[in-house]
Design a protein around this ligand. Structure first.
Ligand SMILES: Cc1ncc(COP(=O)(O)O)c(C=O)c1O
Length: 413
């Protein structure tokens, strides 16, 4: 008789694990009502006592160990804002990893810079410092490491390369709210850290973003570039820079302040549950955790990734593994997005109005990032963060489901 649920057996997990997402409570209700009744629905009041955006900027910057925060519309425009504040010019090259969401690189094109896409480290799936070093050229002005899946990238190595070559560092921390590198919050280690608070993220208001920095001059530029070129201490209708309106609304900040009350505890819960899962994964042939580097003080994640090895897992493919696991009640992603440079926008050179000049951009169709490709095709498995918000009994169920598929792998054709 079949044991695996995919063949008609009973499933291991028959009720939802972790918590629903998004979560909200009384603070969000109270804050939203306060904004409604205040009559000031945008940050424009600039009154630290009453502006929820101002309060969120300060609270989140402090939480991640940065000095200043400038909240904005979303995580894509946060990167654009960061690039503008750091003085990006048309044709400048910025090094980005292949394993990320496409916005890391498209934000560069949107300010007429050229993303140079490099491979990832097969150990931790983060941007490879060796690949970054090899990609630095005469037109390189910066590096955008991504704390992919919220796992802290190798910031010591990245910052060293940046220092040696006089480059800026923007940490794309869209997945890394609450992640800590070497006792320092992600997003506060480079020149600027950018975050997304889009719906699925570990801190969310449906949409939104924020830039963090500890440099006052950069903070002023971020503020001006997100506020139609205004300067803080100058008359309202005096504009100094060509800039858009990228302001966050008070509604978003009202919700984010509520989320922040839970963030520390959630980050610790996810990290502790992930460590528990890792110990169990090591006991099952054919799957393994990312072995944490010394610099990982806390891994809070948007999604958690682990490794699948077909040869050691009875020869089935990662796709077969994921389907069998889904039948057991554990939804598991196939790990990584494909290398971003394989998107049609790159391979078909659809730059839109970007003016850096078609000839200056690499032939992205020919840019190979074999580690990222292999991880995407065969190895990477991912689990969403909300599954890790319960207790270790949920981790036991996940491990039971994975072990059951392994033990009965012969049932899979
Ligand atoms: C790594 C990364 N960077 C940037 C972004 C862009 O954020 P947003 O969707 O808020 O524009 C995302 C969104 O998922 C992301 O995953």
């Amino acid at each position: 008789m079949a044991k695996l649920a995919i063949n008609g057996g009973s499933k291991v997990i028959d009720s939802p694990l972790g918590k629903e997402w998004p979560l909200f409570g009384d603070t969000e209700r109270r804050n939203l009502n306060e904004v409604l009744e205040s009559g000031v629905w945008w940050r424009g009041g600039e009154n630290p006592e009453t502006s929820k955006v101002f309060q969120f900027e300060n609270a989140f910057a402090k939480f991640q160990n940065a000095k200043y925060g400038v909240a904005c519309t979303n995580g894509t425009q946060a990167i654009e804002l960061a690039l503008k504040a750091l003085g990006i010019k048309p044709g400048d090259e910025v090094i980005c990893p292949a394993a990320t969401f496409v916005a890391t690189a498209t934000a560069c094109i949107l300010v007429n810079a050229i993303p140079i896409i490099v491979d990832v480290d097969p150990g931790n799936y983060q941007i490879s410092p060796a690949a970054v070093e090899a990609a630095v050229g005469p037109r390189t002005v910066g590096i955008i490491p991504v704390h992919y899946g919220g796992y802290p990238a190798d910031m010591a190595a990245i910052n060293a390369i940046a220092e040696k070559n006089d480059l800026f560092v923007i940490e794309d921390s869209a997945h890394a709210h609450g992640s800590i590198w070497n006792d320092q919050g992600c997003g506060s280690i480079g020149d600027i850290g950018t975050f997304s608070t889009q719906m699925g993220k570990a801190l969310t208001a449906g949409e939104g973003g924020i830039c963090l920095t500890t440099d006052e001059e950069i903070a002023d530029k971020l503020f001006s570039f997100h506020h139609i070129g205004r300067f803080r201490d100058r008359p309202f209708y005096e504009h100094h820079l060509v800039a858009s309106n990228l302001r966050m609304t008070e509604w978003q900040a009202a919700v984010l302040l509520g989320g922040m009350e839970r963030l520390e505890e959630q980050a610790n819960t996810r990290d502790a549950n992930a460590k528990y899962l890792e110990a169990g994964l090591r006991e099952i042939d054919g799957v393994s955790p990312i072995e944490r580097d010394d610099w990982v003080t806390r891994w809070n994640f948007y999604f958690y990734h682990f490794k699948f090895n077909s040869e050691q897992f009875g020869g089935i493919s990662r796709a077969q593994f994921v389907s069998a696991l889904a039948a057991e009640g554990l939804g598991c992603g196939s790990g990584h997005l494909s290398p971003i440079q394989k998107n049609p926008l790159f391979t078909e050179r659809q730059w839109g109005p970007a003016c850096f000049g078609d000839n200056d951009a690499p032939d992205y169709a020919a840019v190979e990032t074999p580690e990222c490709q292999r991880i995407h095709d065969e190895e990477g498995c991912s689990l969403t963060h909300r599954l890790f918000l319960g207790d270790t009994s949920d981790m036991d169920l996940m491990l039971e489901a994975i072990a059951k598929v392994r033990d009965n792998v012969d049932e899979i054709e």
